[in-house]
Design a binder for this molecule. Sequence first.
Ligand code: GAP
Length: 454
Amino acid sequence: MSDPVVTMEKIVNLCKRRGFVFQSSEIYGGLNSCYDYGPLGVELKRNVKEAWWRDTVTTRPDVVGVDCSILMHPRVWEASGHVASFSDPMVDCKLCKGRFRADHIDQLRCPKQPSKKPGECDGELTEPRSFNLMFKTHMGPVEDSGAAIYLRPETAQGIFVNFVNVVNSARMKPPFGIAQMGKSFRNEITPGNFLFRTREFEQMELEFFVPPGSDDGWYAYWQQRRMQWYTDYGIKADRLRLRAHASDELAHYAKGCADVEYQFPIGWQELEGIANRTDYDLKQHIEYSGKDLSFFDEQSKERFVPYVIEPSAGADRGTLAFLVDSYDEDGPDNDRRAVLRLHPALAPVKLAIFPLMKRDGLGEKAMEIADSLRAHFAVAYDQSGSIGRRYRRQDEIGTPLGVTVDYDTMKDGTVTLRDRDTMAQERVPIDSLYEIVRAKVAPPVNRAALRPPA
Ligand code: GAP
């Protein structure tokens, strides 16, 4: 990676130590590839999802949202092709019985001899075989095959099966989109790299329905728009790239697909896929359900099955990218500072309030200011340790602003405001704090993004 300051190990340690992310079921030895978000992590991830929802749904006239159930009719997954072909090639090591994704062998390590790849050790690998990634369970008290049901492996299908419900109830007309965020489950053969590949994760997906023939323009538009979203929220442009799939990488139904990739410490990896899924999904559901999912345009008097442009992002992968990208260290060797330079709109805590001393009414005054702002922002109050140490604790979790209440505050109603990034300090009246913080944490506005393709 070009930036030697940030390593995956530092991010994992910071996440554990400061309460962003914990191993799931840790007191029982942990559950492989499952993670719990702690008090700061849950706020960060909520802010990432809110930023996506805001940009994709609430600031647009042409997108609405849904929140579908995780359990769906099993026929959905037959129609979508997941039952037949949502699988990865798997190989087993005959010696250690380890199981590996055959197409990831180059990036994997033998569990017994970590200096070697699987198959390069003394063990021999089996021929690859297909492993379906869907988690299967049973609905109701009887565990027979008729009651088999799947945990959804993507949120997209909930959108397709509700296409007509949304058209009729929200009076939407292509080009328009339906968005959904929520949990998805995949029984990944080789999960790993912390939040990057897990078996339970959250997706943020948009299915944008367009008249056939206008799909190329919208496909280009959404690629540009999604790249812009990451940089608007602070991801460094030189660590982000768009990689178009070669024709032999494309799913059989896709006309085009491009991945937004981020340069993690583990190398360039997919953050999000943007696909032109054609009319494949709606046509499959028309066939399997027997229901008419076409759209009749009253103006042109034409009936058509819309094409779909799908930007599909991972909320956990995105959160990891924002953590990695914002991590920085500065200062001399003997006074090193770790700082998360998160976009203020994403920061889990917006403002920290510190009384210089606990005594002489400073503590009470600081608490009063904290309470008055807590109704509007996530506010931290910290009265322990030196002011310098308190600033550092907030820098490390990305708090953009710090306020110190001192003896002058009691005389003239002003406080010291400190900026996380520049560490510059200025004196401001308490009454101006609300407006200052509001302006600082406001989400980016990109009006140009609302323009549809020519
Ligand atoms: N509906 C299309 C779809 O699901 P995908 O490329 O399989 O496409 C979209 O998944 C995004 O979901 C990925 O780019 C990634 O961010 C996230 N994702 C997929 N599998 C994941 C996993 N095992 N762990 C974490 N995130 C994952």
